[in-house]
Design a binder for this molecule. Structure first.
Ligand code: AMP
Length: 114
């Protein structure tokens, strides 16, 4: 079953899209945890980090390049930011279409909440 992010790719539901190319899409998180909170997704539907295959290497490499580019555009590159990918229940994954969070614009504190 397709996730809500497939519907964003297909423009079936609205999103604040900040970047798109043939491999990836990036849009602002609907419930931002910081002044900048962008989600980057491969267009190919990969459910979780466990489902990555060698065929995904280009798209996942592109996610990193685009994340760095967006951090610069958003003006948070120098102060710093956090990139994270949640996987399954213990990782707190809610949407089962692999996505990278780009979070910044304030000091984010220690990496893991207790
Ligand atoms: P995760 O817990 O890593 O699966 O994160 C899912 C993220 O998707 C959360 O930060 C949500 O706020 C975000 N989200 C869910 N639905 C939407 C949507 N329609 N547009 C933008 N972000 C969304």
């Amino acid at each position: 079953m397709s996730s809500i992010f497939a519907k964003i790719i297909a423009r079936e539901i609205p999103a604040d899209i900040v970047y798109e190319d043939e491999l990836v899409l990036a849009f602002r998180d609907i419930a931002p945890q910081a002044p900048v909170h962008i989600l980057l997704i491969p267009k190919r539907e990969i459910a979780t980090a466990n489902d990555v295959t060698p065929a995904d290497e280009a798209a996942l490499g592109r996610l990193m390049l685009v994340a760095a580019k967006l951090a610069a555009i958003e003006g948070i590159a120098e102060d710093g930011y956090r990139l994270l990918i949640n996987c399954n229940e213990h990782g707190g994954q809610e949407v089962f279409h692999l996505h990278m969070h780009l979070v910044g614009g304030r000091s984010l504190g220690p990496m893991l909440a207790k």
